[in-house]
Design a protein around this ligand. Sequence first.
Ligand code: KG4
Ligand code: ZN
Length: 396
Amino acid sequence: MLILGIESSCDETGAAIIKDGRYLLSNVVASQAEIHDRYGGVVPEVASRQQLTTIIPVLEMALDQAGCGWDNIDAVAATYGPGLAGSLLVGLTVGKAIAMAYNLPFLGVNHLEAHIYANWLRETTEIDANASDDSDWEYQEGDPIYPLLCLVISGAHSELVLMRGHGQYELLGRTRDDAAGEAFDKVARILGLNYPGGPAIQKAAQHAQEELEQQGKSLTQALNAYRLPRSWLRGTYDFSFSGLKTAMLHLAEGAVGEQNAQHAHSTENTGKQVSQYTRMGVLAEQRGGTNIELLAASFQEAVVDVLAVKTRLASQEYHVKQVVLAGGVAANINLRTRLERELRPLHIRLQYPPIEFCTDNAAMIASAAFFHLLRGEQHGLDLDVEPGLSLPFSKK
Ligand code: KG4
Ligand code: ZN
């Protein structure tokens, strides 16, 4: 079954053609990150207007790359929430219009569910040689195995979710304030780094780590150059990142002050602010004006620490065979490495999508749609956008 997926929930416009929920025929994403970088974050009005101008060329490119025409498509799927109302409306309306024009089944997809289903995607068009028309499309070799723990970490959501089967979600914990991606974006802004903040912080942190390693310092030293608070919220699987963000604000003010002070050949007035939080102030000073990178490394480590430990604890309590990462922050290399280290001794498999399927894309929309269509579900063309949509959680 060939599904055309459409994604337009925020500042990426995506169209993809996926076979049987897993195999990639095409995946086109047009990002507006450069435009929003100017403002340090997404401007909703700009995002929706940009979606309008991009959607048709992106769709045409997706069909072209897959080498198929409208006649080959079996169903259309588009994100209907959560996200920015104006942006969602563009993709959803185009999806419904195509379904109506070609008389195809239509399915509205929950963007968060789609992030999870990015773990079912293969980067190939090759279909398993053993698969035949009557094979079990619910499970194919290489698919994640239930019960499954999902760490959903995107720009607006941070949730630990237990899945016992397709479409079955139990909420174990969620953020009480900022989402992990939101924290990365806000802290990048505080540090004067680019939008989106996640990749910018990862790059800055990587640079600091490499430099310190060259100086013979250990990685632990680099990752903990600044002592930052961690909100453990023990006894729950909830998260909180706002205290960490505030600590970063204070530290960054100090670091920027320190840079200015170094210019004036004096550290008198600002040194105190930094040393209040610094365990290895000497290390930071040796690096002169590049404290921002060390700050980025320490911040990233604080986020990774909490996410990894809580995920490990939940995976042990719920006896899962496998953990999957979902959402933009799942692209973070340090998080992936750390979680591998936490889970390997427990014989729990960690799976994450390739980087291009972690951030917003339409391939994951088509994948999630496939499993709904398998169950005979589809939506009417009166489906509206739901900007505040959450995963369809069942009661524990
Ligand atoms: O899932 P996503 O593309 O969009 C939403 O559905 O929100 O996630 C975007 C978020 C942004 O906050 C971005 O900074 C973060 O994912 N992100 C990362 C990395 N790449 C993207 N965070 C940490 N490390 C990364 N490498
Ligand atoms: Zn997303």
